[in-house]
Design a protein around this ligand. Sequence first.
Ligand code: DHB
Ligand code: FE
Length: 280
Amino acid sequence: MAKIIGGIATSHVPAIGAALDNGKSGEPYWQKVFSGYEFSKKWIAEAKPDVVFLVYNDHATAFSLEVIPTFALGCAAEFPIADEGWGPRPVPTVYGHPGLAWHIAQSTILDEFDMTICNKMPVDHGLTVPLSLLYGQPKEWPVKVIPFAVNVVQYPPPTGNRCYNLGKAIRRAVDSYPEDLRVVIFGTGGMSHQLQGPRAGLINADFDAKFLDRLPTDPEALAKISHLEYMREAGSEGIEMVMWLIMRGALDDKVKVAHRFYHVPASNTAVGHMVLENTL
Ligand code: DHB
Ligand code: FE
């Protein structure tokens, strides 16, 4: 049977991708960011997942104000790299796992979570930057990826509680897929940041530290955080953290924290990162 072996939480700051693509990852500013991922690169190389289920948000790239799916599940065989204004990032095409993705669609929809099935979806920095952080710069990604885009751009995004429960439904779906597959789930975005308005540049290290403390031990408490509280405490883009709760919901109640990292600055965002292992 398929099995979720662990989860990765990570920010997806686009400038991290640009630093890698432009050969700047060795510069002191970026070196501090990348140092937080050395453990995780080894971890994922040893864990050798067959599939990454990657929870991220599209930044008005594949979607626009014309169509705004709350939960968009990538069921295609491949996903092109999006052009976000400077040409597509020079990273390999992302190959999906249509068999598992369609199974997750069936299982979660019959479980009363209304997914949008996407058979065509270019993927932006929300997805490619986390892959680069964990896998570096390979010729081909050594893993199949199921993109799962959550609307956190246009109000109203889903609640943290909805996301947490959806994670549990994704877990049930993966657990019932008959092929022996090792699956790692990514929850991306965050931590505190605000890109716009008078509070642009906001970082709240206290809020972020408490979030990281509770993610392994008390996700139910995090699931109660309201949109208003994210906005007030973590900035307008801090709402991206509801995606971490999808990842957390898909893991065991008890998890092992294999790695934790927090760093400011990286562009406008507090970079938070955690590797969680299932224990059962
Ligand atoms: C930044 C962070 C994001 O999450 C994003 O989507 C765009 C920009 C930033 O820190 O610059
Ligand atoms: Fe973002």
